[in-house]
Design a protein around this ligand. Sequence first.
Ligand SMILES: Nc1ncnc2c1ncn2[C@@H]1O[C@H](COP(=O)(O)OP(=O)(O)OP(=O)(O)O)[C@@H](O)[C@H]1O
Length: 262
Amino acid sequence: MTLRLDSLGQRYGEQVVLHGIDLTVPDGQLLCVVGPSGCGKSTLLRTVAGLQPAYEGSVSIDGTPVTGVPDQLAVVFQDYGRSLFPWLTVRDNVALPLRRRGLPRAERREQAERILERVGLEGAGRRHPWQLSGGMQQRVAIARALVCHPSLLLMDEPFGSLDAQTREDLEDLLLEVHRSDGATIVFVTHDIDESVYVADRVVVLSPGPASHPVLDLPVTLPAERDQITTRGLPEFVALRAEVGRAVRGSEPKAPAHPDPRP
Ligand SMILES: Nc1ncnc2c1ncn2[C@@H]1O[C@H](COP(=O)(O)OP(=O)(O)OP(=O)(O)O)[C@@H](O)[C@H]1O
């Protein structure tokens, strides 16, 4: 699915958060959005997801304006603890979108088990989310997002609260899913290394109100990525530095210290 933002603007009351954003994400691209805290990244995702109507401009998917939550869209948030239902088993959490689509129970269970196996959680279907580690819970949230084979996947800092090892494992899972399913993915992260490692393209937004991206960078690394080899490539290091400079350059400057001398 091709996602297009045209002169997109968003505000909360008097506060302008996004202004005049033009961005096209071609079908199958994994776009990372990076930018200083509060610049409007989550607002951008919520607007694309149809959860907030655009204040100005438009969002369209394959040429059709987004006016509500689009079919074929799935979202993964950072806060997996709140996005899973604790009273449902892992399998029923994952099968929930299938239930909404009216699939019979046996088929729901079978598809949920298949996707759980794919995210490395075979055998966990009968447990409850609170019996799992944070990394496993986020795998459940990813499984639930994938169960309907979305063409557009929005991820808002999905690995932000996980330990380094789990985070790397889930980055690799995301790359594998992207390679095999080919969905268009918009992935918000604070982590510059992570953005370069997973993305086909990185855009850096300016401090709010975010407008035209301050950097729009194709990631020209080989498609086959590996946590050790890829991160050691000179090209990776150069891309990371370029994104880092853009993020730092876009951060508001700290106020100058007053001269303490009398
Ligand atoms: N529901 C809301 N009501 C009012 N203001 C909001 C709301 N959601 C966000 N904001 C404000 O809009 C601005 C952008 O918030 P947003 O969460 O989109 O930024 P962000 O770039 O995702 O931040 P972070 O990186 O810290 O998650 C912030 O100033 C925030 O306080």
